[in-house]
Write a protein that binds this ligand. Sequence first.
Ligand code: F1P
Length: 350
Amino acid sequence: MKYGAATLHEIYAQPEVWRRCLQLLDKIDLEKLVGGREPHTHEWLFVGCGTSYYLAQAAAATFTILGSTPARAVPASEVLLFPKLVFPVEGAAIFPVLISRSGNTSEILRVAEFLRLNDIEFLIITCDGNALAPLSARTLIVPASEKSTVMTSSFTSMLMALQYISAKLAKRDDFVDGLHLLPDALSGLLEVYGPAVKRFAQQTFDDVAFLAQGALYPIASETALKITESSSSYSQFFPTLEFRHGPKSIVSERVLVGALLSETGYAEESAVLLEMKELGAQTLVIANQLTPEVRDSADLAIELALPVPELARLVVYVVWGQLLGSYLGLHKGLNPDSPRHLTRVVTLAG
Ligand code: F1P
């Protein structure tokens, strides 16, 4: 098979995967999954590794905003190494949500064991199930089976599932309706912007930085990770306005600065991108609606035009970084289907 073909196929197949997931989500038994652990009585704590940790952050932002109640995200390793930092108050009403595509990641399995030993009930969100799925009576298996080493449709599908649950608990039917519009919307966007991302990736950068604020910050983090994993190149991420406070010193003609612009912070966030263009950076911008000045200034501008609530757009923002990572890797002569040093699951001895 051609280099990267399997991963690219899975990225382009996301509209169909999302349709399948939404069909399943429309039938879930919410009471069985989260009964007695509603956000107004329990702090939801999202736990994952790697891409699944950034997924956890995006889910925590969603629950905090839709549920008007604090939710947190931690890497599995923090639970294992610093439990007192994660569970500071003995007996506090916390509802952990373990997120793992494979269900075989050692750190996640060890967290599940820790929670069972401490009689803490938890929810599992997984695609493959494997060793993790049977460890809780509250398990949701999302139908996004992918062969790729890096996570693509599994990330967007599990995030969509958690956003769906959050919206249902918050009685936000408009949000659920918005999620149902995304598969068709993404199909159209992929036709227009897929080739544009491929063309844009026919170059190499000395440095890459992706910027975003609020609930889009974990999406910028995942975008940077996709570029690092799929093209074996260093890529950073920052809250957009933080980029001025030092990191902008990396900017030059061979540096890519990408910004995922929110609706809420558009004016302040876009000003940073315009400034970096002035300093000579190559720029990439993704927004739901673009003003002419920002569109014309960017080297690649992607406008989503999604008629859905702002928070329901997260999964569409990440697709372009998935594609960019694969296309940059291919341009470097690498194979994103088997990224250097990476395995599909991180299993630890002992
Ligand atoms: C987590 C993970 C992925 C990473 C790679 C190795 O996997 O770290 O985020 O991209 O595939 O595994 P999982 O626990 O979600 O299966």
